[in-house]
Each structure stands twice: as C-alpha cells, then as structure tokens.
Design a protein around this ligand. Structure first.
Ligand SMILES: [Ca+2]
Ligand SMILES: [Ca+2]
Ligand SMILES: [Ca+2]
Ligand SMILES: [Ca+2]
Length: 471
C-alpha cells in the first residue's frame, strides 16, 4: 500500500512539474493490443503492479487462484456492484496486484482459458487546460443567445448555448431530473449549488443505509477515492464544483452564476483525486449512479438522465465499456469530454487516435469538443468526424469553485453544457408530454438541433454547436 501511495505521489509531482521521469511506466505501442482494433498509447498512464481481471462465468475459486499464481497475482479488491448483479453478472471483476510487469502479466493471462479479459488499471485525469483569472458577473457567454430574448436586456453571444432563450420560455429545469457528476467531488453547500444536490432516499447523518444501496449516508453521492460519504473534501474538488455549476448553478439569487438548469438534482460520484483516478474506481462510480436509477429497494428510484465525464486518459477498458453499457441499458447518457490534446496540449483527431472515455462506441456516449466565444474550435480541443458528436462553450467559462467563482477552459467545461442540456430537455419534455424521454430521444434532440459551425465542419458528427433554444 505504501509503495502504491508513493507511486501516486510521484505521479502527482510528475503531472505538476511536467517531468518526464515518472514512477508510472509508459507503454510501448503496437505489440500489446487490448483488442485487435485498439493499441495503447505511449503516454497512457496506469497503476504499476495492478491489473483488472474478469474471469469467465463459472470459473471456480480454486481455478482462479491457480490462474493468478502464474503472475504471482493477489486479489486486492473484488468489484461486484449492484448494477452488475442487477444485470445478471454475479462474478464481477478482480483488482489484482502483481510483482510482474503489468503488460507481461496481461499477455500471460490472455493465454489462459479462464480469462475473459485482463487489462491495466488506467489512470485518468480531468480535462481542464487553463485556470484563468477570476471573472465577475456578466461574462457568462456560454449561456447567451444569438439575440436577446424580448425584454430581457441579456447580453448577446451567438456562440453561446442559447440557454437564456429556453429560460425566457419558462424552461428552467426540474428538481425531479437527476444528473451524475463523475469527477472530483463538488462543494455541494456552495451558495449557488446547495439547492441542487442530493439523494432524497438517503437520510443524512443517521449512520444507516436508508436506500439499501450498500452506501451509508450517501446524501450527496459517494467518494470512491477515500471510500466515504464526504464527497467534498476541502482543499480540492474545484474541478467537480466547476462542472456542477455549469449544469445546475442556482439562478435568480443575485450572486455568481446560473447553470443551464436553474433546478436539477446533482449526485457526485467522486473518483478523481489529486493524483487522478483509476479504471477500478471509474467502474465503481459509473455503476453507483446506474444503481441509484435501478435500485429495487426504494419506491422512487432516482431519475438520472445523464452522467458528466470531464476526464480522460489511458487506453481501452473492457470493464469500463461494460459499465457504460449498463448505464445505457438503464437509460443514462454518458457525456464525455473529447479531451485536450495528447498530453502536450495539441489537439488530436480521435478518429485515428482514440481518446477514452470519449471514444467508446456505446450508444449512450455523446463526445464533446470545445469552442470559444467567437465560434472557433479551441486549439487544444480534440475532434473527430465520427468520434466526436458536437461542440459547446469551453473557453473562458465562469462557474462555481469552493469559496467563489472562477474561469476555466477545457473540453471539461464544454461537456457540462451538454450534460445540462440533457437534463433541461428531459424536464421540458416531461412538462409537455407527461412522460420522460428515452436516452436515445434526448441524444437525438441534442444532435438534431446543433447549429452548423464553420470551425466544427468535418470535425464532429454534427458539424455544429450546442443550441438549447428550443428545449
Ligand atoms: Ca445509501
Ligand atoms: Ca442514512
Ligand atoms: Ca471524502
Ligand atoms: Ca446564482
């Protein structure tokens, strides 16, 4: 454990300093494919000495132990989530520690008939590129429209999400619509967020798992980094707080910002810590939210329409793809940042060089590129005619951070505009039709009305930017 923490600490130092010598090994490309179609990138980071292994159904414990002995592997965690079991998988995934080289161990495991898959425990980091100086009110361009709604006197920006046009029609979201933020934690008691967080099936502070999901007092979500119910830990969590404010910052309270939704409920699934997050915890985070929507123990399950995923890194993971598919089955969209270049910051075409999780091909994924306030695609925003779906405001975005507000840039900031759009569409659709739209209907609604944008032409599926004016 100490060794593991040391490795993560060194990684954090490496990320901060940009130092090339990291404790986390890089991977040589080409000869070690996860699947025939996918190769690891040289810059992909993973936890040294750890593998995620799924055994084929019916493999006995004795047989598992014998197989793991080939790599001197010891099970350190059995990942068996409610969402897996509801989906009929009672075997789960094993996080295995080995003193063998991870890729040699994977190659060895792949030769065994008991193994369904074996893969690295990738490390993901969030997708902000810059942290600009503080901005005051009135510069929230991502929420503006091409023209000022009648009588509003609102500022105008044609490249904004057009959210204030929807608001002018009284479409401001609903507290019956839920969104999961898979990220760092968030300062849920921030003045602009306090009304828009919470799991109503869980009673705070009674040391009881009221909703029977295996998590005690998870009123605002769960912290998979520290395995506790304090999703906000002072000193960090600014990225998760920023993302949350764009989705659901409280409006009309004369302070700070307004989110795409004035009313919504956000649940944190915290898996990014100061050193990033792992595949194992990403799977747990995705499944946690799926479990809240499919929990058979409560009368009123949480109506989660989408998760926000402003993070990336690593290579393909069968385990994470399967978790995203369980979310898909539960009708939860997975909104993913296209990513900010390939480590060095230069944008890449992820059609030819996949960036995960944006590049997963599950039907519920919407991958988002970033545009600036004059309509250009950000110089660092990844793109891809088939792998990226849409552009959204991602440069100079003001939102909530612990203790106030700040302006950030990144595909991290573009993504919550789209996640917020999912929730807004769901709430308006319900208000007019009396039923909630399916995930496929929400995705189609968002992609169908994208505004054609020169800088995005040929760079994403829609060739356009987010436009929620009709939501
Ligand atoms: Ca609980
Ligand atoms: Ca409780
Ligand atoms: Ca915590
Ligand atoms: Ca506000």
């Amino acid at each position: 454990m100490k060794k593991y923490l040391l490795a993560l600490t060194l990684l954090a130092i490496a990320i901060i300093t940009g130092c090339k010598k990291t404790a986390v090994e890089s991977v040589v490309t080409d000869d070690l494919s996860v699947t025939p179609a996918v190769a690891y990138n040289v810059t992909d980071k993973f936890v040294p000495g750890e593998l995620l292994i799924k055994f084929k159904t019916g493999t006995s414990e004795k047989s598992r132990i014998q197989t793991l002995a080939f790599i001197n592997g010891k099970v350190s965690q059995h990942l068996l989530t409610n969402a897996m079991q509801y989906a009929g998988d009672n075997d789960g995934i094993y996080l295995v520690k080995t003193d063998t080289d991870v890729f040699a161990a994977i190659a060895r495991m792949k030769g065994e008939s008991e193994i369904e898959y074996a893969e690295p425990n990738w490390i993901y980091t969030h997708a902000t590129t810059t942290n600009d100086t503080y901005f005051t009110n009135g510069q929230l361009w991502g929420m503006y429209s091409s023209s000022s709604p009648a009588g509003s006197g609102d500022p105008v920006n044609q490249y904004g999400s057009q959210a204030n046009t929807a608001w002018a029609k009284g479409h401001t979201g609903s507290s019956n619509v839920y969104v999961g933020v898979i990220d760092e934690g968030a300062m849920y008691n921030h003045v602009d967020l306090a009304d828009n967080f919470g799991n109503p099936n869980e009673i705070a502070g009674n040391n009881t798992d009221d909703d029977g999901n295996g998590k005690v007092d998870d009123v605002n979500g769960w912290d998979f980094v520290n395995n506790d119910n304090t999703t906000y830990d002072a000193g960090g969590d600014d990225h998760g707080t920023h993302v949350s404010g764009t989705i659901g910052g409280k409006a009309g309270n004369e302070v700070g910002v307004a989110g795409i939704n004035w009313n919504v409920k956000i649940i944190s699934a915290k898996f990014l810590g100061t050193s990033g997050g792992t595949t194992a915890n990403a799977i747990l985070a995705v499944d946690y939210l799926t479990g809240l929507k499919t929990n058979p123990n409560v009368a009123k399950r949480l109506n989660i329409v989408a998760t926000n995923n402003s993070w990336g890194g690593g290579g393909y993971s069968s385990g994470l793809s399967a978790a995203i598919e369980r979310a898909n089955t539960a009708g939860i969209l997975f909104i993913a940042a296209a990513g900010n270049g390939n480590q060095g910051g230069k944008a890449i075409n992820i059609d030819s060089k996949p960036s995960y999780p944006a590049s997963y091909t599950n039907a519920n994924v919407i991958a988002v590129a970033a545009i600036n306030s004059t309509g250009g695609i950000a110089s660092w925003s990844n793109y891809g005619k088939t792998s990226v779906d849409i552009g959204a405001p991602g440069v100079g975005i003001i939102s909530t951070v612990p203790g106030g507000y700040s302006s950030y840039s990144g595909t991290s900031m573009a993504t919550p505009h789209v996640t917020g759009a999912c929730a807004l569409y769901a709430s308006t659709y319900f208000a007019t039709k009396g039923v909630y739209p399916t995930a496929a209907q929400i995705k189609a609604a968002i992609l169908d009305v994208a505004t054609p944008t020169a800088s995005l032409s040929g760079k994403c599926v829609t060739g356009g930017r987010l436009n929620v004016s009709g939501f």
